[in-house]
Design a protein around this ligand. Structure first.
Ligand SMILES: [Zn+2]
Length: 444
């Protein structure tokens, strides 16, 4: 079998083990064969099903008129899963079921998550020089430095840099000696113990010196050198300098090995400082421009009615309060409702918005601006892509909103959403789910 074929088959297996269904209308999903119970991992009901229900589709578990779960049927076929199934919100407007990648929050496949799952899914006997308890996220991926430097740090800590000693271990016919001093070129030698490296570390503008001779266990010393503070004149106010120095050492080592010459220790350090400083400045400029970016409000046509929605949900709880507040020139309506089987704040916000859209349709409003203080929800609706959990709800919001002449979904600050927030909280505190409709005459 060729390398190409092996890779294709490996990719197929990776997908087969990490794809799952999100429920729309339930017509494409086999209850017992397909993974559809979770949007985080592959989960199917554990059978065996009785003969009569073997071919059951997920849509068979819903009431045909409303596409809501048929509680009687759930009790009959899947009593153990009754509660968790009710936490899945199918599409009432008949959106098709969808296959998603379970490794990411968005349900979209990314190379990064694919690689992660491939590596974690198999027994990885090739641990690098660091132990299994090494916190990669904290020690490498969350470092304040450029992505290429993180990648380099990861290779370094994994022992995956082709230094002389490593190549020699792998029976690559090269001289394992350090080209600068003749000692065995291991990772610790090249980056800390070699005369050249020592000199570079000595020159580094750290508030406290790096003890190169004490550097034996890189994994253990890693974080302390990464969080070392730099002296003010260096111009590096935030982030870690050490990984940049290591990167620069590696670049100069390669130049020395392959081109026969390299920069002096002084220049090696100053190269590290220059790129680190450049990265810090760009980053600061980016955060600054992000924070002063003003959102331009959408121009609303005349007679547009605003409906604000909000949800109240307590972490760990399964009930939510939904509130909607209609602001029209003549009067204000309000609506609130308590619902059960809600497992996240985002889902609660989504359900509140769905009620708002239904309310707008019921009131036969034609031009509506829907507002919510959940930026995640608003961007999910506006982009049409969202986390798999909310698939059915967002599909319904979009389907219902096609009946309006003008519709827009906008984010508002929490302080501006007080009325809807109060309604939602009140609805959450009412123990029995119930619907409260009210009309309030607007003060203005
Ligand atoms: Zn050396």
């Amino acid at each position: 079998m060729s390398h190409g074929w092996r890779s294709i088959l490996r990719g197929r297996d990776l997908l087969a083990n990490n794809l799952g269904w999100v429920v729309g209308n339930g017509q494409s999903i086999h209850v017992w064969q397909d993974p559809w119970l979770s949007v985080n991992k592959q989960e199917r009901p554990i059978g065996p099903p009785c003969e009569h229900y073997v071919e059951l589709k997920v849509s068979d578990l819903m009431l045909p008129e409303t596409c809501e779960w048929d509680l009687h049927k759930l009790q009959l076929c899947l009593p153990d899963y009754k509660d968790s199934i009710q936490c899945i919100k199918p599409s009432q407007t008949g959106a098709p079921d969808k296959i998603v990648w379970l490794g990411t929050k968005t349900g979209e496949y990314t190379t990064k998550s694919g690689y992660y799952n491939a590596v974690n899914g198999e027994d990885n006997g090739h641990a690098g020089p660091v132990g299994d308890d090494f916190n990669w996220k904290k020690n490498v991926w969350n470092l304040e430095c450029a992505p290429k430097i993180k990648m380099f740090s990861w290779k370094l800590l994994k022992g995956a840099l082709p230094v002389g000693a490593r190549l020699h271990e792998r029976h690559v016919p090269v001289d394992p000696a350090c080209k600068r001093c003749g000692e065995v070129e291991s990772i610790t030698h090249l980056f800390f113990h070699c005369r050249f490296a020592r000199k570079v570390w000595q020159l580094a503008p750290f508030a406290t010196e790096v003890d190169c001779s004490g550097m034996i266990d890189l994994a253990e010393e890693w974080l302390p050198i990464c969080v070392k503070k730099c002296l003010p004149p260096s111009g590096i106010s935030s982030g870690s300098l050490a990984p940049w120095i290591l990167w620069s050492l590696w670049k100069e080592r390669n130049k020395f090995v392959f081109e026969g010459h390299s920069a002096s220790p002084e220049d090696t350090l100053s190269k590290a400082l220059v790129i680190a400083r450049e990265w810090c400045t760009t980053k600061e400029r980016n955060t600054l421009s992000k924070s002063i970016r003003i959102t331009i409000p959408v121009q609303l046509p005349p007679l547009t009615v605003t409906i604000r929605s909000d949800a109240a949900w307590a972490p760990g709880g399964t009930t939510a309060g939904l509130g909607c507040f209609v602001i029209s020139p003549s009067e204000s309506h309000s609506f609130s409702k308590g619902v059960s089987h809600v497992t996240s704040a985002l889902m609660a916000e989504g359900l509140a918005m769905l009620e708002a859209v239904k309310l707008g349709a019921k009131e036969e409003l034609r031009k509506i601006c829907f507002e919510s203080d959940s930026s995640q929800l608003i961007s999910a609706i506006n982009s049409g892509t969202c986390c798999p959990e909310l698939y059915g709800v967002v599909a319904d919001i979009l389907a219902f909103s096609t009946i309006f002449e003008f519709v827009t979904f906008a984010w508002i600050a929490r302080e501006r959403n007080i009325q809807a927030d109060r309604l939602a909280k009140a609805a959450l505190n009412v123990s029995v789910p119930q619907v409260v409709d009210g009309v309030v005459i607007a003060p203005n």
